[in-house]
Design a protein around this ligand. Structure first.
Ligand SMILES: [Zn+2]
Length: 384
């Protein structure tokens, strides 16, 4: 789940959460509907009616967005991908799906079903609106609004730029046509960046032609798309580069270790200073016991260094993340970034057999790059 999101329930075994941005949008949207749409367009109702209608309309829109996301999740699950949670945020939602789709057809179906759901909902609300004969009643006003909002949601999400659904649809199509997932990622990212710049320039143009609010919005969407397009390319490149590379291939096989029973003074004088180490793994009777870094040493007053054993000051094993040699770099790197740690111990049956650091990974990337091993390799999609 994204940081800053609240879990609100479970539907079909999938955790549903709302990002704080949605709560802000909820209030703003209800308010803008109240003053901007219903009160302005349909005068003569009571204040309570405007508010009740605005809140109901916002709630129904919220459910519409949820249905859009559920559609992605249901298709993903039918294709054997595990969906952990759905978080609704400012532009819709994100489904937390454990793996990337393994084939273009799956990615295409998973992506397209969201906008299709929104467009179907737009059609449904539109039909109900027409059935009422646009009679200026509160109900008809709300149905008209929901038809329009779902229609916009469907169309907006079809814009071919990451992280919107349209970006994934485009990616799947190129992947299918070219048979290479990396070529597809690169091409989709370039197209996404081009579209993002179009939005940004159009936004700037509007801004200076008396439509400053619309200009700001469109510029903001462009900026959002640009970030998504750039991030997807970087991520795609890294993922492809790390595919099939395991911790055991890049780890440092002789990491810095110290015994648990020595004092902090001995640690500093005999290990950290002479070797220039900033951290060391702590070992007790052949087993990994923890990690000690300059940070833990700094937390102990210097007068107590002689009496304090390393084992007492270290970060104990149960607070460390450990990895095994068989783990893929694609799993380990997000773990490092998520936990904000520089290195992880590689453990087998409780024994420390190595360590993997961001530097190890960087060096691997550098070597691969300078030998041009990362160029033009065909990546066959794994079948699920
Ligand atoms: Zn979607």
């Amino acid at each position: 789940m994204l940081p800053g999101s609240l879990r609100i329930g479970k539907v079909l075994g999938i955790d549903i959460a709302v990002h704080v941005s949605w709560l802000i949008i909820f209030v703003l949207l209800s308010w803008s509907l109240e003053v901007g749409l219903f009160a302005a367009r349909y005068p003569g109702w009571s204040i309570a009616a405007y508010w009740a209608l605005s809140i109901l309309a916002t709630l129904l829109l919220f459910i519409s967005v949820l249905l859009h996301e559920m559609a992605h999740a249901v298709v993903a699950r039918a294709r054997g991908l595990h969906v952990k949670s759905i978080t609704l945020f400012i532009f819709g939602g994100v489904s937390n799906i454990e793996k990337e789709p393994g084939a273009p057809d799956i990615e295409f179906q998973m992506a397209i079903v969201g906008p299709l759901t929104s467009l179907a909902l737009a059609g449904l609300f539109g039909l109900l609106f027409l059935a009422l004969g646009n009679n200026q009643s509160p109900l008809s006003a709300m149905l008209g609004y929901l038809a329009l909002a779902n229609g916009l949601l469907g169309v907006f999400n079809l814009i071919p730029g990451f992280p919107l659904d349209g970006g994934r649809v485009l990616h799947a199509i190129i992947w299918k046509l070219r048979g290479n997932v990396r070529v597809a990622t690169r091409a989709a990212s370039h197209i996404g960046q081009f579209i993002a710049y179009c939005f940004i320039f159009f936004g700037i143009w509007l801004f200076f032609h008396n439509y400053w609010l619309n200009g700001l919005w469109i510029g903001f969407i462009g900026w959002f798309l640009l970030n998504g397009a750039i991030a997807s390319n970087t991520q795609g490149t890294l993922e492809a580069m790390f595919k099939g590379v395991h911790v055991g291939d890049v780890m440092d096989r002789s990491p810095a270790t110290v015994p648990a029973n020595i004092s902090l003074r001995k640690l500093v004088d005999d290990f950290l200073l002479p070797h220039g180490w900033r951290s060391a793994f702590v070992v007790q009777v052949d087993q990994l016991a923890g990690l000690i870094t300059l940070n833990e040493v700094r937390h102990v007053a210097r007068e107590q260094w002689t009496q304090t054993p390393v084992g007492l000051a270290m970060v104990p094993l149960d607070r460390l993340h450990t990895v095994t040699t068989e783990q893929n770099l694609n799993e380990v790197l997000p773990l490092m970034i998520g936990q904000d740690v520089n290195q992880l111990p590689v453990v087998q049956d409780g024994h420390l057999i190595g360590s993997i650091s961001r530097e190890n990974i960087m060096r691997f990337v550098e070597i691969k790059r300078s030998l041009a091993l990362d160029q033009g390799s065909e990546v066959t999609p794994a079948h699920l």
